[in-house]
Write a protein that binds this ligand. Structure first.
Ligand SMILES: Cc1cc2nc3c(=O)[nH]c(=O)nc-3n(C[C@H](O)[C@H](O)[C@H](O)COP(=O)(O)OP(=O)(O)OC[C@H]3O[C@@H](n4cnc5c(N)ncnc54)[C@H](O)[C@@H]3O)c2cc1C
Length: 324
């Protein structure tokens, strides 16, 4: 069984900063996330948006903030367990045992839950059943992977339009398909996408994915309300229909849950020994759910964990600027 000083549950901005901090404190760590990529809500919902309220960055694109956090933690070699979900948590002698989906177990001196608003489940595109990873994605980790491709984006919210904006410069073509005539996305972003000349097919639904004899995606069939069905060339489909989020198994771990978040004290400790929480998932009076808040809480949690694991350790870590 693999064993770490800290297992961080959730590779959103809070979990990634906690990985840096654990390394800075000389602690070994694994970071697990049910998503296949790090970055939490930023990666899943707004990687192309500019963020204006992270200290030190007057403006930073979501994707770049996540990359910076990953780079910042990298010197400490965090073990990333991506696409893996924490299912069960048990207190054991000297720490915590976590069971992942698939039955694998991990031993941790302490667990830091940075699960945000919970595990994301993409809203399904029924016609795309069986196509995930074979031409269909729910979000785009790498724009370069779509260079020169014909891409069909399905959805009418901000993220669908964000993907159109981001993909337009690299893709051969981008077409948006939405089942209504009205969009949920902000008017300004809809206008930008229209101005780029992206084709918007509305009152329309993707009914079938069309494969070449080799099995690769070549097109999608689209039914248009009151109009003629058409076939759109497609090397890739981005199904941007939104996500549902759910704390899922974490709610059954014997923690104190308050409005879908975990109650913590000022050390970020939960009701269970050696289990801490930080970021959006951590609740206390006056809590403000922001990236900047999560960074501070991650530092508080990890420094307190360092003392819980070794009572002779100092709570104050020293200044990073003093370390060569
Ligand atoms: C559209 C939008 C715009 C925003 N703009 C801003 C902004 O401008 N400024 C700002 O400060 N904040 C903004 N926010 C809020 C900000 O994104 C959140 O405060 C931040 O992402 C919280 O980070 P986190 O790491 O605590 O949680 P999250 O980012 O939610 O990450 C939690 C991670 O935990 C994983 N997870 C959950 N349960 C499990 C499990 N059981 N097993 C494995 N993995 C699990 C999830 O998959 C997820 O990746 C915005 C949010 C949205 C939706």
């Amino acid at each position: 069984m693999d064993s770490y000083d800290i297992v961080v549950i959730g590779a959103g901005p809070t979990g990634l900063f906690a990985a840096y901090y654990a390394g800075f404190r000389g602690l070994s760590m694994a970071v697990l996330d049910s998503l296949p990529e790090p970055g939490g809500q930023i990666t899943a919902m707004y990687p192309e948006k500019m963020i204006y309220d992270v200290g030190g960055f007057p403006a930073i694109r979501g994707r770049d903030l996540v990359q910076g956090l990953v780079e910042q933690a990298e010197p400490w070699h965090p073990v990333y367990l991506l696409g893996r979900k924490a299912e069960k948590l048990e207190s054991v002698d000297g720490g915590v045992e976590l069971t992942l989906d698939g039955g694998e177990t991990l031993r941790a001196g302490a667990v830091l839950i940075t699960a945000g608003i919970g595990e994301f489940t993409p809203r399904p595109l029924p016609a795309g059943d069986g196509w995930l990873g074979r031409g269909m994605v729910h979000f785009v980790p790498s724009l370069a992977a779509h260079a020169g491709q014909h891409v069909v984006v399905v959805g009418g919210g901000d993220s669908a339009f964000d993907w159109c904006l981001a993909l337009h410069p690299v893709a051969a073509s981008v077409t948006l398909v939405h089942r209504r005539a009205k969009f949920r996305a902000a008017e300004s972003i809809v206008r930008q996408v229209r101005e780029l000349g992206v084709r918007l097919v509305t009152d329309a639904e993707v009914t079938r994915f069309v494969a070449a004899p080799g099995g690769e995606l070549t097109a999608v069939d689209v039914a248009v309300k009151g109009g003629e069905a058409e076939q759109l060339r497609a090397d890739a489909v981005v199904a941007a229909l939104g996500f549902t989020a759910d704390l899922g198994p974490i709610e059954s771990w014997g923690l104190e849950i308050d409005h879908r978040a975990i109650s913590v004290d000022s050390t970020m400790a939960t009701a269970r020994p050696r289990v801490y929480a930080a970021g959006d998932v951590a609740a206390y009076p006056g809590k403000v759910k922001l990236i900047a808040t999560g960074f501070g809480e991650a530092a508080t949690a990890v420094n307190n964990i360092a003392v819980a694991l070794n009572p002779e350790a100092h709570l104050f870590p020293g200044h990073s600027s003093n370390v060569e």
